[in-house]
Design a protein around this ligand. Structure first.
Ligand code: KE4
Length: 427
């Protein structure tokens, strides 16, 4: 059966036919591509069509798909049993690797997703500070726990309102949504409500409004404000952790958050999340301390094996330099292709993350990201898809390059982009 047939069948038994909304192609239209297998940079769809993959499972597949050493690690672990509900040596080794890699992390708890990592980190932050209010930034996504499915209230200091049915107003009211890269708004909130604020959570480089880079000083300012008001700074590094460097964004920017959330890459494509930070904070987590958090499959042997094998390969000398050199050339090729066709785009990129925004404005926050035209992005997406290029099926998402993309892949992609832009009306 092809993707169309599978999609029809899926919608009979799975909401929207997918297990995560972005996969349904609603932002770009058309039928989602059902994947049969993947290897390196290539996806093979139901029906056999092959695509160069620029989604990479939304971040985990930095090595490319089915890396032989990762597959072997998972296969070997599976042969020893898939889950014990008891501690294992490998979990200790993965925790030690994370602690060794991230400057701010003395202790870490493994969980099963980024959502679980974030919701647990917020619980610990509230317990540690004895405060309830959390500050986030519009356009940043931190998973689907109730307190984070919140949109900004009317004024910068008014509390949040639910961004999804089913989120209690009382829960949403504990979250403030501010504008990214806007220090004045953060100053104002701390001036008015600093004593109530348990934590500020931020994507240190944003992937979830499309790629948005912190302006110089923005993150440092958050660090200073939170410290001076007794609030915690939480870096949500679910995307950036081990993506923008082996030390994450905190290693690159030299900023020490109080807590860090991880996911994606540390599981090598299997379900893993993690949260960690200073010992005095993390020792609040049960059973060491009173803050309860648990999980049947936390530290699962297969996921940990995939994570350990992945991190080992990321430690190879020059890994990130090679990946980011390729990413820079790809982004330059895309920019030249748009320019040649007279199509107005802004391409934001950071390390091996990038987004083609169909706007003429610089994109530095959610408001400017929303000036991009999702319909023109959809046309670009389908023009590339027809040419065998699988870009993120949504304007406000990041694209991801992997170490498996070859020079020839990048040239093919630039050529496809030239044709795709040429098909579009100049604007
Ligand atoms: P998960 O619960 O999806 O593992 O992680 C939530 C999460 C937390 N923090 C950040 C910075 C994230 O990017 C994510 C998840 N990212 C999305 C991609 N934009 C996952 C894709 C999806 O929802 O299917």
């Amino acid at each position: 059966m092809d993707s169309e047939a599978w999609f029809r069948r899926a919608q009979g038994v799975i909401p929207g036919g997918v297990n995560s909304p972005v996969r349904a192609f609603r932002a770009v239209g058309g039928t989602p591509v059902f994947i049969e297998r993947a290897e390196g940079a290539l996806l093979t769809a139901a029906g056999g069509r092959r695509y160069l993959d620029y989604v990479g499972s939304w971040g985990p597949m930095i090595l490319g798909h089915a890396h032989p050493e990762v597959v072997e690690a998972v296969r070997s672990a599976a042969g020893r049993g898939t889950s014990y509900g008891a501690p294992t040596a490998d979990e200790v080794e993965l925790a030690e690797e994370i602690v060794a890699a991230l400057p701010s992390v003395d202790m870490v708890r493994l969980v099963n997703s980024g959502t679980e990592a974030v919701m647990s980190a917020l619980r610990v932050a509230r317990a540690y500070t004895g405060r309830d209010v959390v500050v986030k930034f519009a356009g940043c996504y931190h998973g689907h726990s109730d307190g984070l499915l919140v949109q900004a209230g009317s004024g910068v200091t008014t509390l949040g309102i639910p961004d999804s049915p089913g989120v209690p107003a009382a829960v949403a009211a504990l979250t403030l949504n501010l504008s990214y890269n806007a220090p004045a708004g953060v100053e104002e909130v701390f001036r008015q409500r600093g004593r109530e604020i348990a934590a500020v959570i931020v994507e240190p480089v944003v992937g979830n409004m499309g790629t948005v880079v912190p302006q110089p000083g923005f993150l440092q300012h958050l660090r200073e404000l939170t410290k001076s008001h007794g609030s915690l700074l939480i870096f949500d590094e679910v995307i950036t952790g081990f993506r923008v460097g082996y030390g994450g964004a905190q290693g690159l920017f030299g900023i020490i958050p109080d807590l860090t959330c991880l996911g994606k890459i540390i599981g090598g494509g299997l379900p893993v999340g993690a949260y960690g930070g200073r010992r005095e904070i993390m020792e609040l987590v049960a059973p060491a301390g009173p803050v309860y958090q648990a999980g049947t499959l936390s530290g699962n042997p297969l996921a940990v094996a995939a994570g350990l094998a992945t991190l080992k390969l990321l430690r190879e000398p020059g890994f990130y330099a090679r990946l980011e050199e390729k990413a820079g050339r790809l982004v330059d090729g895309l920019a030249l292709a748009a320019q040649a066709a007279g199509v107005q785009v802004r391409i934001n990129s950071f390390a091996s993350l990038f987004t083609v925004f169909f706007t003429g404005e610089p994109v530095r926050d959610y408001a400017s990201a929303k000036t991009a035209d999702p319909n023109r992005y959809a046309a670009f997406f389908h023009a590339l898809l027809r040419r065998g290029m699988y870009f993120p099926p949504a304007q406000w998402e990041a694209a991801f390059l992997s170490a498996a993309h070859t020079e020839a892949d990048l040239e093919r992609t630039a050529a496809a982009a030239r044709e795709a832009f040429a098909e579009m009306k100049p604007k």
